[in-house]
Design a protein. Sequence first.
Length: 233
Amino acid sequence: MSDAEAIDLLIAASGAQADHRSLDVACGPGMVALGFAREVRFAVGLDMTQAMLDRAKVLQQRQSCSNVEWVLGEAANLPFPDASFDVVTCRFAFHHMLQPSAALQEMIRVARPGAMIVICDGVASSLTAKADAFNAFERMRDPSTVRFLTADELRSLLSQQGLTIVSERSYRVPAELEGLLRTSFPRPEDVPTLREIMIASAHDDGLGLATKADGDRVLFSYPALILSARRAT
């Protein structure tokens, strides 16, 4: 599945309509917000990093999109009034947050009664040993990682905040070891260890990533989950 197809899945899961106003939290370079801009009246993308918003603006110009706004801010303190949006999304960001529940509470606050909140993130294995190994690998590969939740933990996080989960969709994000390492941020001395861990997982699936060798390449895929939940009316 391509990234564009995965974003289309998320948009479909949101039930976005032409008269809606959408918010993408931790929007990064803006691909999700721009996807929503094609479907809704007005889209907003928020990120805490100005460089990400600058990239989003470049992509916006390339797409000649006028119904989107970029806002600098933090997920745990959204700079919007209560009940401002019909759809609120967050994609591949919860595993970077120290307190994803705080961000979720803010997403609920700015969502209108009956609005859809859609969370997409990678998920760790339900087996503790594999989940722990996977999270240790990811923190070494990208020190901004805090922790990937399991699918059940992600569901519970939403349910505990009073949201009603109405749909879910799983898919996998393909990756290749050397390509991943080139776009990651490990300490140079940790790169050999990361290679060893991933190669070893091809024998026992120790990371829960369905790792396999393909000639000189090491292929694997991240399991991802899209959860759509409705705020109470």
